[in-house]
Design a protein around this ligand. Sequence first.
Ligand code: SAM
Length: 301
Amino acid sequence: MPLSSSSILAYGCRYRAPYYNKHFTIFSSPFYTLRHHSPLRLPRVPSAYFRTFSFFNPPSLSTGNSLFSRMEKHFSGPAADKTKNKAMADQLRRCGVFSSERVAEVMEAIDRGLFVPSGTAAYVDSPMPIGHNATISAPHMHAMCLELLKDKLQPGMHALDVGSGTGYLTACFAMMVGPEGRAVGIEHIPELVTWSVENIKKSVAAPLMEKGSLSVNVGDGRLGYPEAAPYDAIHVGAAAPEIPKALLDQLKPGGRLVIPVGTFFQDLQVIDKREDGSISTRTETSVRYVPLTSREQQLRG
Ligand SMILES: C[S@@+](CC[C@H](N)C(=O)[O-])C[C@H]1O[C@@H](n2cnc3c(N)ncnc32)[C@H](O)[C@@H]1O
């Protein structure tokens, strides 16, 4: 998969380090100096930024969100590596990004190394360009979204992954809902859909795709995917200026939608549809994602 853009930096990530842990030195992009409305009280950032930036040269794609940057030389590789993938998941769990056993199992089972362009650092906690002005989101965002959606990804449930990109998260969803469920990815760049299918074929989710409970489709994700609606879980991997009505309509009563909402910086919103059809919304954190837009607009950059 050729990389078409070097300008896609800091997309598909939380825009500050998610969890401060004394075992990690946090370095950051200048975004990290912004104020956030997080429930967690973090140490004052600018000093951490300058302290670490002065002696540690971050990789060009880092976003200020890396829990693993110092380990990059140990965690980089062109091919899948089960040990490194497990170590990445273990590290995210230790840092509190997720806590559930089911999320740990699926992150171990679906090897991120199969879903990144060859030569990229698969196990570094950073988004990576995948061409077409898109990125694979950072592992901490994948982990966080799996944790937020895990109760709606029970065996037999239906899940929609809007902006499925590499297919990584769609494959995770498929493993969680199992052969009786349905996991659907929708992505508007046909080349990414073709590539994501190849990625999934190399993964343990391949039999689910063969049997039809996992599929990836070309289309405008703002319209959802009515063919497999309603959904217990909807994840949107790109930032919408406002919540697309079609996605709310395709959410099952009792279902949950996780979506970044905003323009330059966004709120990761968690939207629950109650059994009576009413909606509750809360903001989980602040993030920075590529826009949910038209194909033409995305390719123009
Ligand atoms: C940050 S990437 C995340 C990809 C995926 N979650 C992953 O980690 O591999 C956002 C994706 O949304 C796609 N996208 C943007 N707007 C879209 C739209 N209107 N319909 C479908 N996909 C869209 C982009 O092409 C890109 O692949």
